[in-house]
Design a protein around this ligand. Sequence first.
Ligand code: SF4
Ligand code: FE
Length: 491
Amino acid sequence: MKIKNGAEYMESLKKLKPRIYYKGEKIEDVVNHPATAPHVRSAAMTYALAGQDEYRDLATATSHLTGNVISRFTHVHQNVEDLLKKIKLLRVLGQKTGTCFQRCVGFDGINAVYSVAFEVDQKHGTDYLERFKKWLTYIQDENLMVVGAMTDPKGDRSKGPADQTDPDQYVHVVERRDDGVVIRGAKLHMTGAVNSHEILVMPTTALDERSKDYAIVGAVPVDAPGITMIFGRQASDSRRDNLERIDVGKPNFGAVGGEAVIAFDDVFIPNERIFLDGETEFTGDIVYRFAAHHRANYGACKTGVMDVLTGAVSYLSQIQGTAKGSHVRDKVTEMIHLNETLYSSSIACSAEGWPTPSGAYMVDTMLANVCKHNVTRFHFEVARLAIDLAGGFIATMPSEYDLKNEEVGHLVKKYFSGVADFRSEDRIKIGRLIEAMTGGTAMIESMHGAGSPQAQRIMIFREGGLDKKIKLAKALAGIPSKESKKVSDKT
Ligand code: SF4
Ligand code: FE
């Protein structure tokens, strides 16, 4: 692992020259720019934990390619234990950052592409897996951060890629050369893109024969010619402009992952970095395996985040003198119960992992979809309870400017005090933390990250084994067995 800690990770980013825009201006230094720095710091935590005795076992792994110790974020899962360690690692990282630390997207992309490349080679006699292994060895040795680039803009959603008026609504090959291909298009909502080293481009959906040019998987550096990124705005991000640290709520880390548009304006991918090209029948597998891995994560990273939120609300109730109220304890109990229920599904889909033909392990896809789907409910319920317990002041309190103002500061301190021995400033700090963790951007990410709820419902129905369930019901009711109409894909 060439990059050994968070500081070296930040140094490594300074050597890259990605073209990034934010609020109409170019960002030259992602490590120190106030909009991107918090996200860099959360990703840096994935590097930092690997060097700490307490977490080394979770944060590192042994490469099945080289036998070297590597960051777990660059590892291909070799067994159920690997899947479980990933989940435990993500919860710890959620607890340490209170936000998205971004690096799982590339991690999941690596695992999806690895297992599918094996199967493509088996069918077509291609050498995608060998190419991928070479690239992955480089990623592991250097300890690089990879952004998994899947979500296309999709243009007119009533039409597939081949029928769009503007073909660039899906990333596609526009030119073929002897030494590689040139791609054009864009990827949206790219978590961690501006502070990654490499981009792993993958298709966004299952494709048919008419869309061969859209069936492209390949890797490019973030500063490859033709790549432009546009960093997204987040709720209250202007509070960071003057480093109003208390008002930010979580000064060191971002509200969510720090998402960007990545536009590919004729970007060249050399042959040795192409891992699928035209084999449309495998595109669905890449998308589905990536999505299942990522949906499994959400019951881990988000439970870590909700651990922080539960702690914040509990501490605030101590400051406010309500901690002993039975209704407060009951609501905190409910928050913990919901959180641990979510974590259970992350653990369950990992414990039920299975080996793909390549040897790379997959999570149980049904349970992974249930896990992410529950996040779209439970995280909102936990946030609702947190806001309920915190009180309306989290939306109305004065700013740090007033707290520090000579004329009115004493008024803020006086009227935002609580139980003696607690400082008004700490009440405000915790209030701001709760505001940041239950606000717009963070909660939207929980709803739509790793796929919107409907995407999970489709998979839950498809994998629901309804035919088998019907047979069970008929057997118990004494209805003679004859083949019933097939209603789902899995029996
Ligand atoms: Fe990782 Fe969670 Fe962020 Fe996805 S949302 S990249 S799983 S921390
Ligand atoms: Fe996410």
